[in-house]
Design a protein around this ligand. Structure first.
Ligand code: HEM
Length: 532
């Protein structure tokens, strides 16, 4: 049959006979045959495999995976039973999903040479085209610069940045509210996801890009568009053979122009900061408390200090920070509206426990219910069904006995694991008090579970030994947004029982049409004056 197809294709090409449809059909059958061969030759062994990729109907199953990959993973996890690592074919490779605790630990701690984070991200994000020609590896092989900037410098400066963050949140929320359509009884309607994205982007643009450009409307708008462009370009490119990526991804990015706009805005600021540093101007990081300054100062070698490289690192930070934070804030708003009883309790807790004194090291320290509420929202609403996604570079034998050849993708199915009834009782039910310490004595005297904690049984922040360095910033700013909203606004969802999510491969995204209603609260308590 293959021979006939090849002969048919040769005849069409040589005699220019046949129509475009036949050529397309033959090319796609051949392409599919090579994909199936490649998948077959690198199939994992000694592991349950959910569905084989070879039958013809599986061709169409790939489209199923695009439209609800996360549901397929959840179903397979429930069918096979928790704690069993399994494989599922998807879009040109096997995804090996580690559910056995021993395998989870092995995957989290494998070296980059065996299980590559960089290659998995390259496949997923097409970052050379979507993050201004960013390349992993040299000149910063361990990504030490962005990690230092976020984990050390941003975290250290959070206290100093608090007034700026609070003001940004207040202005961003109020501005969105003022421009929203007014309804009966003083309610105003806003699209929830867009509202969350706008607040997050106003904040992140300032913290990452600084006063000069981060406060400019054109910069915030470009950053907002850019994040959506990356998700769109990378996902579209992923659906086509890899050799088309250099055409498809840059075309989409150029068409929108948001990335180039950001490059034009950031480059001169980076140049100026380098010039000031070279001139020996003192206290630059005090004058410019932002990620541009910290990135310039943390970059030491000439290759690290080239302006395009610095700009790419900063744009990458904008992306890493904004997309997942906006999703999480949206899910927090959904949860507050779906469970209004928490609104009353959280307000009470804020009035009693919020510490707004300028010198206080952590204004949210006594907001235990808020901490638990965020943990529960994140448990049930990860931004992606998978975490710790790694491309297999060298064949690996997992502790469970599963053998995984190169070229597959391994990952931890965090959405499924968060619904393991052996770890979480009634795992499908939202319980905002789930992580709350038992009583006041325990809260005061023992270490309590925090939103920023990392564990193998709670993988929201990634591998416990190499987790997200931005989690303290996320925890601080999300709490600040929730406190501001709860103390100044009433809220409810526009459509109560509407579907709130849509699925795209393994990503779980909020539907842009779901609206939130906000109304200025009567009897506003000035949180700026609350002190323990
Ligand atoms: C709700 C928001 C966020 C979530 C859920 C999240 C989640 C994650 C996860 C799961 C990883 C680990 C990926 C892996 O090893 O497979 C990661 C890495 C990373 N995140 Fe976040 N993140 C969030 C926000 C942020 C923010 C705000 C920043 C920056 C300000 C940031 C910067 C980074 C960086 C630089 C890495 C790479 C670290 C490395 O190379 O080891 N993230 N994030």
């Amino acid at each position: 049959m293959l021979q006939n197809l090849l002969q048919g294709l040769a005849s069409i090409l040589t005699h220019r006979s046949g129509d475009v449809f036949t050529v397309l059909l033959v090319v796609s059958v051949l392409w599919r045959a090579t994909v199936v061969l490649r998948i077959y030759s690198s199939r994992p062994r000694h592991i349950p495999i959910e569905a084989k990729p070879y039958p013809f109907r599986r061709w169409f199953k790939d489209f199923d995976f695009i439209l609800d990959g996360s549901t397929q993973i959840l179903k397979a996890y429930k069918k096979l039973g928790a704690g069993l690592t399994f494989a599922i074919p998807s879009m040109g490779e096997y995804q090996i999903l580690a559910s056995d605790p021993r395998d989870i630990e092995a995957i989290c701690n494998a070296s980059e040479e065996t299980l590559s984070f960089h290659e998995a991200m390259t496949d997923r994000l097409k970052h050379y085209y979507t993050i201004y020609r960013f390349k992993y590896g040299e000149p910063d092989p361990n990504d030490s610069i962005p990690k230092r900037v976020v984990k050390v410098l941003l975290r250290m400066q959070l206290d100093a940045l608090r007034p700026t963050i609070d003001e940004k949140i207040r202005k961003a929320v109020d501005a969105q509210f003022e421009t929203a359509a007014a309804l009966k009884d003083d309610w105003r309607a806003l699209p929830t996801f867009f509202f969350a994205k706008s607040v997050v982007e106003e904040l992140n643009a300032r913290v990452i890009l600084g006063e000069e450009i981060g406060n400019k409307r054109e910069c915030i708008d470009a950053a907002l568009r850019y994040v959506g462009d990356v998700v769109f370009a990378a996902e579209v490119a992923r659906q086509f053979p890899a050799f088309l990526t250099p055409i498809i991804a840059p075309a989409i990015m150029r068409w929108s122009g948001a990335m180039n706009k950001l490059v034009d805005l950031i480059s001169p600021v980076v140049e100026e900061r380098k010039r000031l540093q070279a001139a020996g101007v003192p206290d630059l990081s005090k004058k410019y408390a932002d990620c541009i300054q910290w990135t310039v100062e943390s970059s030491k070698t000439p290759a690290q200090r080239e302006t395009p490289r610095l700009v790419a690192v900063l744009i990458g930070l904008l992306l890493a920070s904004s997309h997942q934070m906006s999703l999480t804030l949206t899910y927090v708003l959904y949860a507050l509206c779906d469970h209004p009883e928490y609104i009353i309790e959280l307000r009470r807790e804020i009035e009693e426990g919020f510490d707004a004194r300028p010198g206080s090291s952590n204004p949210f320290k006594k907001l235990y219910l808020l901490e638990s509420f965020l943990l529960e929202v994140a448990r049930l609403n990860p931004p992606d069904a998978l975490v710790v996604q790694r491309k297999v570079k060298k064949p690996i034998l997992l502790p469970s006995g599963a053998f995984i050849p190169a070229n597959n993708l391994v990952a931890v199915p965090q959405q499924a694991l968060a619904r393991n009834s052996a770890v979480f009782s009634n795992p499908d039910t939202f319980d905002g008090r789930r992580f709350l310490p038992g009583n006041d004595y325990i809260r005061e005297t023992e270490a309590v579970t925090k939103f920023t904690d990392v564990k193998y049984s709670y993988m929201f922040w990634g591998p416990p030994r190499k987790p997200c360095p931005g989690r303290w910033y996320v925890s601080h700013t999300l709490k600040a947004v929730v406190v501001h909203l709860l103390m100044n606004y009433d809220m409810k969802l526009e459509q109560k029982n509407a579907k709130k999510y849509f699925l795209w491969t393994t990503a779980i995204l909020p539907r842009p049409t779901i609206g939130i209603l906000l109304r200025k609260k009567k009897n506003v308590v000035d949180v700026g004056r609350l002190a323990m």
